[in-house]
Ligand binder design. Structure first.
Ligand code: FAD
Ligand code: MLT
Ligand code: ZN
Length: 491
């Protein structure tokens, strides 16, 4: 059968329907308490709702069972049982994903990792942290702060996302410019394969050239080949000095100039270079009514963060940079945070964008890699296209509230977002495949950091060749021959 939410997808009849006998097995294994939310033998619709819908309230599943394993052994027994009984599953971390990958499509069992949240080990000399997959990112970062270290990844959803979810999506975030991607920072992974086999590759080694690096398949694998249960990761020393500057700029040309000069002059202390366009900041202002950081309004804004080990040295560098960009009129106006509260306040104008955009109803989100010179052109082209189609306006008759661009300028990663009053087929038709075609023409990526999930499963061909897709399918076949792991998603 098809689901009301996804008329174009048909439930695969090879998967079993959940029965009371199945539920009984999970209750005996995990205990009858909160580790099993059972909607098969009783009505538990309200309890199941948060696991069936995503952060954007765009995707809706129909699971009747959520299980929360408490150990790697539990995960192994759960998966083996599901595999033997042809029960489809969805691994779920903090459910903050933005592509519909973490919620079921039909009645797949949700395997929620929140009970596996222990920090297993930390070595202060090497900076190696070993955690359970269900550990919340911010909890790990607070722990590391006490140890004078920092997690090499930071993102707006840090209060809810899990480290296992971060690894499964290969999350990028706000610090990638400085610390690089999880493909480099993750040293080891413990994962359970669909047949219950525990893959213990929880290495703590920086260097290990002994054959294929299989853990890399789980980084960004989006829960399609197994469940990550433990992660070991290289964490940098925490910087003694952090500074944040916020600039207003007249054009995207000037933004590029500022970025090039920031790399030149701030070099090793530059830790973030984020872009926000004027419209994104207008929408944040409309929602929060907070006092803006700068007096006038500008077409573009940048947030620059530096982190270093010597406060005097950093301040000197930053002041010289400020003098340069103001003197050369690369930036029109700027402000430098004077204390931690101001640092947080400036960051809120960037990190607060996703939440504020949801204020009116629905958001169409695109997360793209584009060569820098053309990065902002896509926003202009999309805005023009939706305006010409008569879809943008200030009243209820027009579905589109605004077309905005922001993102991780330092990584050539644009977030193009279309804030709407409601999810609307007419808007969607204008956006897709237009955006994907635009990206393919420039050899960009249709997903820089959020992954493909359900949202982009039909569009993978715009960024990957047939050969690459065939190899991915072969890997899926090898790890998950019954196809129980996160079905109906990108692979
Ligand atoms: P979930 O949403 O629960 O799951 C995501 C995917 O991973 C699903 O396919 C799921 O099946 C799979 N999965 C989860 N846990 C496991 C596991 N243990 N084993 C195997 N598979 C698993 N993303 C960025 O990259 N950069 C950002 O800057 C960023 N900012 C964000 C800001 C906000 C406000 C929000 C809401 C989201 C943001 N995201 C960002 C997206 C999201 O937070 C990340 O994708 C995050 O890594 C997902 O983690 P999670 O634990 O919530 O995973
Ligand atoms: C961000 O950078 O804010 C996130 O990736 C979330 C988003 O794209 O809105
Ligand atoms: Zn992002």
């Amino acid at each position: 059968y098809t689901s009301e939410s996804y008329p174009e997808i048909t439930r695969d009849p090879k998967f079993s329907e959940l029965s009371e006998k199945h539920v009984q097995f999970f209750k005996e294994l995990l205990g009858a308490g909160s580790a099993v939310i059972d909607g098969v033998s009783q009505d538990a619709a309200d309890d199941l709702e948060p696991f069936n819908s995503d952060w954007m309230r765009k995707y809706k599943g129909h699971t009747k069972l959520v299980v929360k394993p408490g150990s790697t052994e539990d995960v192994s027994k759960v998966l083996k049982y599901c595999n033997d009984n042809m029960l489809a599953v969805v691994p779920q971390g903090g459910n903050s994903g933005l592509v519909g990958g973490s919620v079921p499509v039909f009645d797949e069992i949700v395997i929620n990792m929140s009970r596996m949240n222990t920090i297993r080990d930390f070595d202060e000399v090497s900076g190696t942290l070993v955690v359970d997959a269900g550990c919340i990112l911010e909890v790990a970062d607070h722990f590391l702060a006490e140890m004078d270290h920092i997690f090499p990844l930071d993102l707006g959803a840090k209060g809810s996302c899990h480290i296992g979810g971060n690894v499964a999506t290969n999350a990028g975030g706000l610090r990638l410019l400085r610390y690089g991607s999880l493909h480099g920072n993750v040293l080891g992974i413990e994962a359970v394969l669909p047949d219950g086999t525990v893959m213990d590759d929880l290495s703590r080694l920086r260097k290990n050239n002994t054959g294929f690096d299989i853990k890399q398949l789980f980084i960004g694998g989006e829960g399609t080949i197994g469940i990550i249960t433990g992660v070991s990761i290289q964490c940098p020393q925490r910087s003694k000095a952090t500074n944040v500057a916020f600039f207003g700029l007249e054009s995207f040309e000037k933004v590029q100039q500022a970025f090039r000069d920031a790399k030149k002059q701030l070099s090793e202390i530059l830790s973030a270079f984020e872009l926000m366009d004027g419209q994104s900041q207008d929408l944040v202002h409309r929602v929060t009514d907070k006092k803006r950081p700068l007096e006038g309004q500008h077409p573009f804004y940048c947030l620059i963060e530096t982190s270093g080990s010597n406060p005097d040295h950093d301040s000197e560098k930053l002041e010289a940079f400020l003098e340069h960009v103001m003197g050369e009129e690369i930036v029109s106006d700027g402000v430098l945070a004077q204390d931690e509260t101001q640092i947080q306040s400036l960051w809120s104008w960037r990190e607060g964008i996703p939440e504020c955009l949801g204020h009116w109803g629905g958001v169409y989100k695109y997360d793209l890699s584009i060569p820098l010179p053309e990065l902002y052109k896509l926003v202009e082209d999309t805005r023009e296209r939706l305006t010409l189609a008569g879809l943008v306006g200030d009243d209820e008759k027009h579905p589109v509230v605004g077309v905005v661009g922001y993102g991780h300028m330092g990584d050539s990663n644009l977030h193009l977002n279309v804030a709407t009053r409601r999810f609307d087929k007419e808007v969607e038709k204008q956006l897709e495949p237009f955006i994907y075609e635009w990206i393919a023409k420039r050899n960009g990526s249709i997903s820089a950091e959020h992954g493909l999930g359900l949202a982009k499963k039909a569009y993978i061909g715009y960024s990957r060749s047939e050969t690459m897709i065939r190899l991915m399918k072969q890997i899926k076949e090898l790890y998950d021959p019954n196809g129980i792991m996160n079905p109906y998603k990108y692979i």
